[in-house]
Design a protein around this ligand. Structure first.
Ligand SMILES: *Cc1c(COP(=O)(O)O)cnc(C)c1O
Length: 387
């Protein structure tokens, strides 16, 4: 479309600061703009395109399902959602799955599960959810309340009540807060993604798991961004040897189509009864068929490859000219640069590499199967842009 940018400005709500770039097609980790210029994509639509753009296996699974039935509602059984739920349970240690359509919806679901469990088990005054400062859990009024950042709170008051915020990596402070507020649950991201790709300390995560087990507080992990292989394990909590009571995931789960999952562990697997929760599009067969084709391929060999590519990126960038520090886990990496992150990202784009930012960092979320030679080319461009 010729005047796409003007029409976008006229007709699309002004919520996104878009890059000045139109993407028209792609293949794997390469994408193309309207002039045919090629870019290496290190953002994957914010950790969504797990195996890159137009992945043939994923596209075949999705189109095959499209030719059968695209939607039937949750009033009937359909195969893809059951297949995907079984795969997710096998890979996560969780026991039952509720499907929705987004990360925020998945977080709403685990919060509802924790509140119902705590109200029934301990009493209705146990409703507070403790989250961490600098966290990000979504854009609905409840998940904004869960998000521990003032900036997101001030515009949309009043938010859902019943949230309290602890400092990341301060276990004593969190214990003190838990003793004060009668918590239903504690919700964390193992790596705070939007908060600047900040991994939590292993001892802090283990301490929360123990506190929750000891006090019968629901331990919840938001794996919307870290999940589905991105961390170098299928779920990031598996890197820390803990097992949550509830897990939310979305983004990469669908490989490009909207899907979210509420994953319930042993304690919560039967917390919901008929009509306690629901979603019209949840468990959509097309999205789930895509999800099955993604999750089937997240095996030990792929995860080892994710870890080795992660090490390559860390090795290349740590101590490089213009790089102050590198943080993250697996193929979710934040780079504190001497130059402003925006400037580095703009320079990369000029030179054919698409990166993201998170807070004051350059953020990389490449496809889990990015070929090593393509990755090396992209990192060379990025290192040059940091100088
Ligand atoms: C992206 C994200 C969300 C929100 O997901 P949506 O699909 O945009 O609703 C929630 N939590 C984390 C950690 C995220 O990265």
């Amino acid at each position: 479309m010729e005047n796409l940018k003007e029409l976008d400005k006229q007709y699309i709500a002004n919520t996104y600061a878009r890059f000045p770039l139109e993407i028209v097609s792609g293949k794997g980790s390469l994408v193309y703009d309207e002039t045919g210029k090629e870019y290496i994509d290190l953002g994957t639509g914010i950790a969504v395109n797990t195996f890159g753009v137009a992945d043939p296996q994923w596209a075949a699974a999705v189109t095959a399902q499209l030719g059968k039935v695209q939607h039937m509602s949750n009033l009937y059984y359909t195969e893809p959602c059951v297949k995907l739920a079984k795969l997710l349970c096998e890979k996560s240690g969780m026991k039952k799955i509720f499907f929705g359509n987004s990360g925020a919806e998945a977080n709403e679901g685990i919060i509802k599960a924790a509140r119902k469990y705590a109200a029934e088990k301990k009493g209705p005054e146990y409703y507070t959810i403790i989250t961490l400062k600098n966290s990000f859990h979504g854009r609905t009024l409840t998940t904004l309340a869960a998000t521990g950042q003032e900036y997101f709170h001030k515009l949309f008051q009043p938010l859902t009540p019943g949230f309290a915020y602890a400092d990341a990596n301060d276990l004593e402070g969190l214990k003190k807060l838990a003793a004060e507020v009668k918590p239903a649950g504690i919700l964390i991201e193992c790596v705070q993604g939007e908060g600047g790709v900040m991994p939590l300390d292993a001892d802090f995560i283990k301490g929360i798991a123990k506190l929750c087990a000891d006090e019968d507080i629901i331990f919840m992990v938001d794996e919307v961004q870290t999940g589905n292989g991105r961390s170098g394990q299928c779920y990031a909590y598996l890197c820390f040897g803990v097992l949550p009571d509830a897990v939310s995931t979305a983004k990469g789960l669908g490989g490009g189509l909207p899907i979210g999952a509420v994953m319930l562990g042993e304690k919560l697997k039967d917390v919901f009864g008929p009509s306690d929760h629901g979603s019209t599009f949840g468990g959509n067969p097309v999205a789930c068929a895509g999800g099955v084709s993604i999750m089937e391929r997240i095996d030990d060999a792929l995860l080892a490859d994710v870890r080795s590519k992660s090490k390559y990126i860390f090795d290349q960038l740590s101590g490089a000219e213009g790089v102050e520090s590198v943080s993250g886990l697996g193929l979710m990496i934040g780079i504190k640069t001497v130059k402003p992150a925006k400037e580095v990202v703009a320079k990369c784009m000029e030179n054919g590499v698409l990166c993201l930012t998170a807070k004051d960092k350059v953020r990389l979320l490449p496809a889990l199967n990015i070929p090593q030679d393509v990755l090396e080319k992209a990192i060379t461009v990025l290192k040059d842009a940091c100088k």
